[in-house]
Design a protein around this ligand. Structure first.
Ligand SMILES: Cc1cc2nc3c(=O)[nH]c(=O)nc-3n(C[C@H](O)[C@H](O)[C@H](O)COP(=O)(O)OP(=O)(O)OC[C@H]3O[C@@H](n4cnc5c(N)ncnc54)[C@H](O)[C@@H]3O)c2cc1C
Length: 597
């Protein structure tokens, strides 16, 4: 058998962001022998980069807020494609998870009377994001990490999982390699929780870091699990556009929540021209009223600068395409003329330093140039709302890698509460599943040999393709043909290009040896990147309408019938297939919450 080290656990959690840490804490608390595996250093997941806050209807700033309003906002923001039960669970449990974080030591910004302060974000009826300036993710990860370390959970960092192992139909473990030494390792475990985050590195302009190559999505697909809503890729409206080296880096929605407004090159607040019917009643249609909302939030209608992300991203796209963009192809985000310097530096310290250091722009004096950036994956592993179990026994998923909670468009702040709520549930149910087994599954040694051979193939002298060139071409293809606005012709062309890229990837070659070799790591990441790109493209072809993040130029309207349908992607006999499947209808009591709105 290929040389490798071997470990025995009850639950292996792949990914150490908010979802993975929360899952591992819960599994360990249930008495399961738990491993936490992550590709980078512990503490350096996407969650640490989260800026704006955690959405939870605590009702601290607006007493009228409660889970019902949060439920309604999330479903409307997701353009009704969400798994309604997940939305209900998240809205109901998020406040407890935030308070639990506080008990574990998180220090949030406070209201004057000492409660957790909450900030405004797009699509939320009330200010409901618990935050720490614009560095909320750092506080969340710090707190969870301390808690996990005190629980004595075994951590394997700088370790990439490349394949899940099965014994017949059920999960038997996971296989991967140490990034530093290149040596292989095997986890024997009956339950695996995927918490691997997003897919942003499939696109040219993204807020995501190098780690987000869709590994968990691909691991689940290859293990036979269903993926849903893969067509729904969120482009955040405000990423940096200049200088080119920082293009895509996120500019938090908190800038608009705290008073910033969007303007085009003519100085117009163009968002007034893009208010969709669904949000008209509660959105201001004059500048005076929108500005009044910043001071009189109880009574005035909300500013259109804070419409849900899909609406704002599309509007910016139109402004720049029609020639009203800024010099570097974005629009202006202006807080300098609306808030004093002391306020900006206190509320948005990271944004202030980010622009000063990376773009030589002082945001207390000048407007920022911003444009859409690939940010978040709504689609992912199909899970049971109560348990986070996938369609493969023993496989669970939570956080960004799981699909369903956010429908066709995620509201800002809803990811962080999703991680806490569903991370806990995934850990709990994975531990229960492992405890309930009468016999542990076993791993086939032949499979280990095959996986090791496959992983080492890029060192084969017969190959000729450079992994960096393939990734760059993939990012160009996805950006140009499967981006914010899509058409059947372009999607079909993308599939042809992806097939060619797959072929090139089968001939990839890397130099050097297995010890810390980033070229080899990328060569292995190409597998997931290409797999998720194909899933996104096929699902986008199947959804013949425009809904949330899926905008089809050839099907520009929303088809009410398709709100009930998920596009499911699966790979069960080697071939990728798609199916349109109907979801259970919204129960009357929950439907009424929407109607009342
Ligand atoms: C700049 C930025 C700001 C954001 N701000 C907010 C915000 O204010 N509010 C909000 O709600 N959301 C925000 N988001 C979104 C949110 O941060 C993410 O959706 C969320 O953190 C994802 O958490 P996660 O636990 O699912 O995964 P992540 O935090 O992305 O962690 C993924 C983990 O999986 C590991 N991993 C991946 N592949 C493998 C593999 N093959 N083997 C082993 N380990 C692997 C990684 O190393 C990492 O540890 C922001 C995102 C970004 C990029």
């Amino acid at each position: 058998m290929a040389e490798h080290e071997s470990h025995e656990f009850d639950v292996v959690v792949v990914g150490a962001g908010g979802a993975g840490l929360r899952a591992a804490i819960e599994a360990s608390a249930q008495g399961a022998r738990t491993a936490l595996v992550c590709k980078s250093l512990l503490g350096k997941a996407h969650t640490v980069m989260a800026e704006g806050g955690i959405a939870a209807a605590l009702g601290n700033v607006y007493p009228d807020d409660d889970w019902r309003v949060h439920f309604r906002d999330t479903l409307r923001g997701g353009k009704l494609l969400n798994n309604w039960r997940m939305v209900q669970i998240q809205a109901q449990e998020a406040p407890d998870r935030v308070l639990e974080l506080e008990e574990w030591g998180a220090l949030f910004d406070r209201t004057e009377d000492g409660r957790i302060l909450q900030r405004d974000f797009g699509g939320h009826r009330y200010a409901r994001l618990a935050h720490v300036g614009d560095r909320t993710g750092l506080e969340m990860i710090r707190t969870l990490q301390h808690h996990a370390v005190h629980k004595g959970i075994d951590v394997f960092m700088e370790c990439t999982i490349t394949c899940l192992l099965k014994d017949d139909e059920r999960i038997a473990g996971a296989f991967g390699y140490w990034r530093e030494s290149g040596r292989f390792l095997l986890f024997n475990a009956p339950a695996v929780v995927l918490a691997t985050g997003g897919i942003g590195k499939a696109y040219k302009i993204t807020s995501n870091s190098w780690e987000y190559t869709g590994d968990g999505h691909a691991l689940a697909l290859w293990a036979g699990a269903d993926l849903i809503d893969m067509e729904c890729v969120q482009f955040h409206p405000t990423g940096m556009v200049w200088p080119p080296s920082v293009r895509g880096i996120l500019v938090t929605e908190g800038v608009r929540g705290d008073g910033g407004v969007l303007r085009n090159a003519d100085g117009d607040r163009f968002m007034f021209g893009y208010i969709p019917q669904m949000f008209r009643a509660e959105t201001a249609d004059t500048e005076e009223e929108a500005d009044r909302w910043y001071t009189d939030k109880q009574n005035a209608r909300r500013t259109p600068d804070l419409l849900p992300r899909d609406e704002v991203a599309r509007a910016i796209n139109t402004e720049t395409k029609e020639g009203r963009g800024s010099p570097h192809g974005g629009v202006y985000l202006d807080i300098a003329n609306r808030r004093d310097a002391e306020y900006i530096k206190r509320r948005l310290p990271s944004m202030y330093h980010q622009f000063l250091q990376l773009a030589d722009v002082d945001i207390t004096r000048e407007a920022m140039e911003v444009g859409p950036t690939c940010h978040y994956m709504m689609g992912g592993v199909r899970v049971d709302a109560e348990t986070q179990a996938s369609t493969v026994p023993g496989l669970f998923a939570a956080g960004e890698v799981a699909g369903g909670a956010h429908g066709a468009n995620r509201l800002g702040g809803n990811s962080l509460s999703d991680l806490l709520v569903f991370g806990r549930r995934a850990g709990l149910h994975a531990a229960e599943y492992a405890r309930g087994l009468t016999a542990r599954p076993t791993v086939d040694p032949g499979q280990i040999d095959e996986l090791a051979r496959h992983a080492l193939r890029p060192f084969d002298a017969a190959g000729s393709e450079n992994p960096y060139a393939i990734q760059q071409d993939l990012q160009e293809c996805m950006h140009a043909l499967v981006g914010i606005i899509r058409t059947e012709d372009e999607l079909a062309k993308a599939l042809e290009e992806l097939a060619m890229l797959q072929d090139r990837a089968s001939r990839v070659r890397v130099e050097g040896h297995r010890q810390y070799n980033p070229g080899w790591h990328l060569a292995l990441d190409l597998g997931p990147l290409l797999a998720v790109s194909e899933c996104i493209t096929r699902a986008a072809l199947e959804r013949r309408e425009s809904r949330g993040a899926q905008t089809r130029d050839d099907y520009p309207t929303t088809d009410p019938e398709l709100a009930k349908i998920n596009v499911v992607v699966r790979q069960q006999t080697g071939e990728l297939s798609t199916a349109l499947e109907t979801r259970p209808p919204l129960p009357d009591d929950l439907a009424k919450l929407l109607e009342d709105a």
